[in-house]
Design a protein around this ligand. Structure first.
Ligand code: 13P
Ligand code: SF4
Length: 315
């Protein structure tokens, strides 16, 4: 839950990006703040961030930084995770309505209802969920460590929430049986096998990298499956010169900056509207107003910290 604050649009539209960047830098120092941005954020937001990364990397980074204020550019579940792991810090999310639609597919109330029906179930939950849902899980995972987390839970009556595609992939890689919640990411679900085949036909030498949120048939057609940061590492270490990238287009920015001699293609459909809500103006406004702040009740923080910390221990 994000603390709502009244917004004052103090930024004149004609103030140019260069000026805004300078103002963000100055204000960031004045406020003793650090800016974290997910790999899907717009190019300009990634460029003003102190640290970029995938969900796992940013959760860990949030616990490592010294600054008492974290401006989290991404979606609400990521900023909430930063708050849960750092309850004494002020965590600000520039766009409080940037809610991942998959996170809404599995609520705390649904998990309460499930646990009352099936008290023995062990719930493995993707971090793309609200703090209220995390508080009801046994362990969390990200796309970077889902296989390891599922392996660590082998043996019980397991349920994976909410992403059926990531759950299916992790279960098959880990060789573990588990039930899957019927959630999905609309952005990755929009990438079809037909799109992948068209791209392969246009670029026959390209290596195909996919995020595990993609459909099973798309994952089967891929050469490498990993989180956003794992794809960055893979592309950097690979001898290949061309890559088809089956994830949100924001990843093209670090891929291209880190590998100027390599070429990357992605399907046009791979766009996440909530990840694109945050722009450099919202970051400046957040620093000016010191909000919207992530506000979670103590009980939720206490209950959600365990599943997140168990996940980080398995990184
Ligand atoms: P990563 O953890 O791989 O960065 O992915 C987050 C996400 O929202 C994928 O859609
Ligand atoms: Fe959520 Fe999908 Fe956007 Fe990731 S890409 S934030 S899972 S909607």
């Amino acid at each position: 839950m994000i603390g709502r604050r009244k917004r004052f649009y103090t930024i004149h539209p004609l103030i140019n990006t260069m000026n805004i960047r300078q103002r963000v830098q100055a204000l960031k120092e004045e406020r003793n703040a650090v800016i974290l941005a997910h790999n899907y954020c717009s190019n300009e937001v990634q460029d003003i961030a102190d640290h970029t990364g995938d969900s796992l990397g940013l959760s860990i980074k949030a616990s490592e930084v010294d600054e008492p204020v974290i401006v989290f550019c991404g979606v609400t579940f990521m900023a909430e995770s930063a708050k849960i792991l750092n309850p004494d810090k002020k965590v600000i999310i520039p766009e409080e309505d940037a809610v991942c639609p998959m996170a809404n597919m599995c609520t705390g109330a649904q998990l309460d209802e499930l646990r009352s029906r099936e008290p023995g179930v062990k719930i493995i939950g993707y971090v793309n969920t609200s703090a209220e849902s995390k508080a009801r899980m046994d362990i969390c995972c990200t796309s970077a460590n889902a296989v390891k987390v599922v392996e660590s839970m082998a043996g019980g009556d397991l349920l994976f929430v909410p992403d059926r595609n990531l759950g299916r992939h992790a279960a098959s890689e880990a060789g573990v049986e588990m039930r899957l919640w019927d959630g999905f990411c609309p952005t990755h679900q929009a990438i079809t096998l037909g799109m992948v085949e068209d791209l392969k036909q246009e670029h026959p030498d390209a290596v195909v990298m996919a995020h595990p949120e993609c459909r099973p048939e798309v994952l089967e057609a891929s050469d490498h499956i990993g989180s956003t940061s794992q794809m960055l590492d893979f592309a950097h270490g690979s001898e290949a010169k061309e890559f088809i990238v089956l994830t949100e287009q924001g990843l093209l920015h670090p891929l291209r900056s880190n590998n100027p001699l390599k070429t990357f293609y992605t399907p046009e459909a791979a766009l996440c509207p909530v990840m694109k809500m945050t722009d450099i103006r919202s970051v400046l406004r957040a620093l000016e107003e010191m909000g919207p702040e992530v506000v979670l009740d103590e009980d939720t923080i206490d209950r959600a910290r365990g599943p997140l910390e168990r996940m980080i221990a398995l990184r």
